[in-house]
Design a protein around this ligand. Structure first.
Ligand code: NAD
Length: 264
């Protein structure tokens, strides 16, 4: 059986130039994983971020641009990442977008984009990493779902559907890979104050004719027993644990990090 040396393991995190993806990249780099960052912007734009991560943690960091809504670009991304690193050992499907509108007004192109980036992208990336993970009998796949992968909210049809779908994909991949030393889990965060949520505040305020302060208190934090946003580092810490050897039996789970939201 071929095994991978921990110090040479590489993690690819999609949508990792901000928010939760960037925090996970820092957490895994701190544990010695080499990192492949991804985003939509050209390589030159992300060079300072790439350098900062590499300098801070002393690991190899590369950045590969790809639009995760486009299967052809995903195919190129995965081929390049696998070639550069001789295989991806940890895959974090994190890229995501949000759009808030009642179903009758929900633009079809937003539905298509959200399903493509959150759900279909994870299918394409997972297919690409499995042969190497199976060969070395070790792999970790982490899908960033959401509390909205377990609960619904009005006006988020595409996001709720995609995130529920991602939990289903997680369970299926976990079952198909369980005997190959590979785990696949979903992390389901409650609200985290990242660019994605910052943009949602005015959108929700407009949709419900509310002030932005009321959206934060009465919509976002109302279901969270802790009454505070989850910190990105808290998601990073869980991702790092899932990538440890101690988490080898933890697979097929949808792990809530939601301040008690889904305990209700
Ligand atoms: P964010 O906006 O900081 O991160 C999303 C990332 O995805 C960005 O870096 C963005 O550039 C990237 N992205 C978007 N579309 C892309 C595309 N077509 N191709 C490549 N990259 C693309 O917000 P975040 O909150 O850090 O979101 C990260 C993940 O966490 C998302 O999947 C989101 O749904 C999920 N999530 C967030 C929260 C929250 O409250 N912030 C809660 C639950 C789940």
């Amino acid at each position: 059986m071929e095994t991978s040396s921990k110090t040479h393991r590489t993690a690819l995190i999609t949508g990792s130039t901000s928010g939760i993806g960037l925090a996970i990249s820092h957490a895994l780099a701190a544990d010695g994983f080499n990192i492949v960052l991804n985003g939509r912007r050209p390589e030159a734009d992300q060079e300072p971020l790439r350098q900062e991560l590499a300098d801070k943690h002393g690991v190899t960091v590369s950045y590969l641009p790809a639009d995760m809504s486009d299967p052809k670009q995903i195919e190129r991304l995965m081929a390049n990442a696998i070639k550069k690193s001789s295989g991806i050992d940890v895959l974090v499907n994190n890229a995501g977008i949000q759009f808030v509108a009642p179903l009758e007004e929900f633009p079809t192109e937003k539905w298509d984009a959200i399903l493509a980036i959150i759900l279909s992208a994870a299918f394409h990336t997972t297919r690409a990493v499995l042969p190497h993970m199976r060969q070395q009998q070790w792999g970790r796949i982490i899908n960033i779902s959401s509390a909205h992968g377990l609960r619904a909210s009005p006006d988020k049809a595409a996001y709720v559907s995609a995130k529920h779908g991602l939990v289903g994909l997680t369970k299926t991949v976990a079952l198909e890979t369980a005997e190959a030393g590979i785990t696949c889990n979903a992390i389901c965060p409650g609200y985290v104050l990242t660019p994605l949520v910052e943009k949602q505040i005015p959108d929700t305020a407009r949709a419900h004719h509310m002030s932005e302060e009321d959206v934060v208190r009465d919509v976002m934090l109302s279901e969270m027993a802790t009454k505070r946003f989850v910190k990105t580092e808290e998601i990073g810490g869980l991702a790092a644990f899932l990538c440890s050897d101690e988490a080898a039996s933890l697979t097929g789970a949808a792990l809530s990090v939601d301040g008690g939201w889904t305990a209700r």
